[in-house]
Structure formats: structure tokens, C-alpha cells
Design a protein around this ligand. Structure first.
Ligand SMILES: Cc1ncc(COP(=O)(O)O)c(C=O)c1O
Length: 474
């Protein structure tokens, strides 16, 4: 197929060029009714912000421009069928999980999955068996679930409805998934992959392969995270012999707006074509430039670029994880950078994560500025770590369905050890829950919680150090 084509964008452009008179939703009437002070910023985009007019197709029943655009998407990634999503990977994750499980169904889930997966499991009432990712002591973050642990879990729970993995993780660590997927399929179990951070995968070496290539049954990608697409624009790829396409489509239609944004959808069409062009041209120039940033960044003594020790883990070149080599925590480092006009993706206790553009761009100004900002900060040698976290094992004895009928009570945090947490505590970003609702609270959980608080982490859910809701199991 001709990947240069952008059928949805063309249809939208043709419509706008007719200077049409709008007697339809949305109420801004192509930007003619809008706040004066904001019009300068919104004008162009409002002209594209229309609805399901003749010639512009319908996301929920595509037969025209959207159908063609989704076919091009499916062709590029090599899926059986691909979908545009207008509510982020969040809606993709909700739909893919709900399409495989219901109340009390066992599913094998990577413990470091995004809250959208957790929420889907909760809505379904499923019984998750959480698989703990390895903890990398250099990077000081959870990386990925080990292949042998996934295979062992499949052996232990042969009736599981699905394996649900996050690959890459937020930090751009990826694993080869082909073995696990082949093994799971051999047992009749589908594999769902949250590839939110990997929409650009498959552009060529040294970028990792997409899980679509490894034959995962459903793969969800936030196009807006690493491709030039608008925020919330995402893709879902389907290629399963185990999952009902109708059931998946039911959830996609139910959970997404009946008025999907045309600027977002057209940007997904453009982003797909952009990716195809990069794939054709090759990534040598881009990769050389990334190596150049590495060279510049490695000269700053207050920082080091960290990658996992495990050689099987492939680091996405678009992500650079800078670890503090000073008395500053990752949070403090990020805040210092922000005071100097440098905005990064996230910070954690030790690290700051940068996401690079999928285009050769001169970032010398950024690396130089970074060096200047940190010049006054005293560097420390490598041994002086600020924190030491460890791998967290997860014990989740009930299904979310069973938890619904349990009563809750508030207890002092130090009395909560060995109790079932009735709340989820999420350091944000990266949005990976530290304690899950339904999980047995351990001393290790509380140690991490306290340490993160001391280091200035932000939390969704309970941010109090004093009390926590537990299930009253007496
Ligand atoms: C691993 C992962 N999955 C899913 C999501 C949700 O993606 P979106 O923001 O596109 O809804 C995120 C968001 O940060 C994420 O990090």
C-alpha cells in the first residue's frame, strides 16, 4: 500500500478548503464563535474540528476515509486489523482487558502495568495474578517481568484468560516477547501488550521490534507519546485467534466518545505516514545524533546515563534516563531544570527521564544549558546512592469481584502490615502503583512509601503517612 497517502487528512483538508458554512456541532462553528483572546492560538485547529459530515466517515462504522486510513495503519504494522483511538492508550487498555475477562477470571498481569490496566481488571471483577518485574539495582527502577517467570505462571495457571504485559516500560526498557507469546499460544492463552511507549518501534535497528511483529494478540500504542500525533491519539492492533473481534469492537465503541475529534484522528493518519517515511529512509542519521547527545551528556559530572545491567533488555534509543550523581534527588533535579526552562518527561527518586524527538534535531542548546545549570551543583561519586529500593513481590489473594463485598476500615499505617489494602497508592509519574487495592501490605511497601515521601514524590490516592484504608477481614 502507498504509505505516503493520508486519506483522512486529505478528506478533512478538502472539506476545509470549501470554506463551508457550519450549521452543525461543534458550537464554535469552525472557530467563528470563540473567545477573542484565545482565537489567535486556536484558529487553525478549530477549522479542522468538525463532526461526521458527508465525506468524513464515522470512526465507529468506518467505510470511507477512516476505513482507508485504518487499513494503511494495519498494513504498516502488519496486524489483522488496526484502530484509531481518540482517548489514549487508556481506552485501548480498558477495551483489550475487558474483551478477555470477566468476574473471577484469572489473568496473569505484569505488576508494573499502568493504572488503566488495573482499572480495567477492577471493572471486569477479574482475579489478577501479578508478576513482579525484576528490579535493576543500577537504574533503581523495576524493569520487566522475566521470561521464565511468565512461563512458570502459565504452567501454574493454565486456565488463565490472558497474559497482560507492559513492553516497553516507561523508561524504554524492552524485552523480546516472541518466545513467551509462542508458549502462551501453545497453551491457548492470548497475550495482550501495552506498548503505549513504543508506537515508533519497528522503524529499524537499533530500535526494538513492535509486539505486533511478535504476534501478540492485541497491542495498544500511544501514538501521541513518541510519534508526531496529537495528545490522546493512539492505535490498537488486533491479530488474535483467541479473542472475539466483535467483543473488542463493542468495548471500543462503548468507551469512546460518539463525537471523536477529527484533528486527533487526522493527526494519527499523518503520524502513520510519517513513521512509514522514517522506516523507508532508515534511522542512521537519527541514531548518530542520539549517540552525539550521549557524548555531550556524559561530560556532565553531576549526571550519568543509566541502562539496565541485564543485557537481554534493549533500551529504546528515544529515551535517555539521567541519574543524579549529586546530592539532588531525581525530583529536585527535575525541578532545578524546570526553573531553567528545561522540561523533562518524569522524575523519580534518583532519575530524570528525557524523551527525544523521532527526528534528527540539534539538541546542543539543551545539553549545553544542562551543563550550565548543573555547574554549581557538587557532584558525588557513584557509590553514594541516595536510595536503595528492591524488587516488590505481590500477594493478591482475592478477585476484584470478591473485594466489592468487603468492608473497609482506616488504620494507622504501621498497623497495616499483612493486611489487605483497600486503596491504591500511586507515585505519579510514572503512575505505577506502589500498593494496590486488594494487595497484602508488606513492610517493604511501607519502607518504599516513606522513602518516596521523604524524597518529595507526588502521589495519587493516599498521600498521608499516618493512615491507610484496609479491608476488614475479621
Ligand atoms: C505504560 C502506559 N500505558 C498506558 C498509558 C496511558 O496512555 P494514554 O496517556 O495514551 O492514555 C500510559 C500513560 O502514561 C503508560 O505509561
Amino acid at each position: 500500500m502507498d504509505q505516503k497517502k493520508t486519506p483522512l487528512f486529505e478528506a478533512l483538508k478538502n472539506h476545509v478548503q470549501k470554506s463551508p458554512f457550519s450549521l452543525h456541532v461543534p458550537g464554535h462553528k469552525s472557530g467563528t464563535v470563540f473567545s477573542e483572546k484565545a482565537l489567535l492560538y486556536y484558529k487553525e485547529i478549530l477549522s479542522l474540528d468538525v463532526t461526521e459530515l458527508t465525506g468524513l466517515d464515522d470512526l465507529h462504522e468506518p467505510t470511507g476515509a477512516i476505513f482507508e486510513a485504518e487499513e494503511l495503519l494495519s498494513n504498516l504494522y502488519g496486524s489483522y486489523k488496526s484502530f484509531f483511538l481518540v482517548n489514549g492508550s487508556t481506552v485501548g487498555n480498558l477495551s483489550m482487558v475487558l474483551s478477555v475477562c470477566g468476574a473471577n477470571d484469572t489473568v496473569l498481569v505484569a505488576r508494573n502495568c499502568h493504572k488503566s490496566i488495573m482499572n480495567a481488571l477492577k471493572i471486569a471483577g477479574a482475579k489478577p495474578v501479578f508478576l513482579s518485574p525484576e528490579f535493576d539495582t543500577d537504574v533503581q527502577v523495576p524493569t520487566l517481568v522475566h521470561e521464565k517467570d511468565i512461563i512458570q505462571a502459565i504452567e501454574q495457571f493454565p486456565n488463565a484468560k490472558a497474559v497482560i504485559l507492559t513492553n516497553p516500560n516507561y523508561y524504554g526498557h524492552t524485552n523480546e516477547l516472541e518466545n513467551v507469546i509462542t508458549y502462551a499460544h501453545g497453551k491457548g492463552i492470548p497475550v495482550l501488550v501495552d506498548e503505549a511507549h513504543g508506537a515508533h518501534f519497528g522503524v529499524g535497528q537499533p530500535f526494538p521490534e513492535s509486539a505486533v511483529k511478535s504476534r501478540a494478540d492485541i497491542v495498544v500504542q500511544s501514538a501521541h507519546k513518541t510519534l508526531p500525533a496529537m495528545t490522546m491519539g493512539s492505535y490498537l492492533h488486533f491479530q488474535s485467534d483467541f479473542i472475539s473481534l466483535e467483543r473488542l469492537e463493542f468495548y471500543l465503541k462503548s468507551l469512546q466518545s460518539s463525537s471523536p475529534s477529527y484533528p486527533i484522528m487526522a493527526s494519527l493518519d499523518l503520524a502513520r505516514s510519517y513513521l512509514a517515511e522514517i522506516k523507508d529512509q532508515g534511522v542512521t542519521e537519527l541514531y548518530n545524533q542520539i549517540k552525539e547527545y550521549h557524548r555531550h551528556l556524559s561530560k556532565i559530572p553531576q549526571l550519568s546515563i543509566v541502562v539496565p545491567r541485564d543485557k537481554k533488555i534493549v533500551q529504546d534509543p528515544l529515551k535517555i534516563l539521567l541519574q543524579s550523581r549529586s546530592s539532588l534527588s531525581g525530583y529536585e533535579l527535575q525541578s532545578l531544570l524546570e526553573k531553567n526552562g528545561i522540561y523533562t518527561e518524569l522524575s523519580d527518586a534518583l532519575n530524570v527521564l528525557c524523551i527525544l524527538p523521532l527526528a534528527p534535531q540539534d539538541l546542543k542548546r539543551f545539553t549545553r544549558r544542562l551543563g550550565q545549570v548543573l555547574a554549581g551543583v557538587q557532584s558525588l561519586n557513584e557509590e553514594k546512592r541516595i536510595v536503595e529500593f528492591n524488587k516488590l513481590e505481590s500477594n493478591f489473594p482475592h478477585s476484584y469481584f470478591e473485594l466489592k463485598s468487603k468492608k473497609e476500615k482506616l488504620v494507622k499505617i504501621e498497623e497495616s502490615i499483612n493486611q489487605l489494602s483497600a486503596e491504591t497508592i500511586i507515585p505519579y509519574p510514572p503512575g505505577i502503583p506502589l500498593i494496590l487495592q486488594g494487595e497484602v501490605i508488606t513492610e517493604a511497601h511501607l519502607d518504599q512509601f516513606m522513602m518516596l515521601q521523604r524524597l518529595g514524590a507526588r502521589f495519587q490516592g493516599n498521600g498521608s503517612t499516618k493512615n491507610i484504608n484496609i479491608y476488614d477481614c475479621d
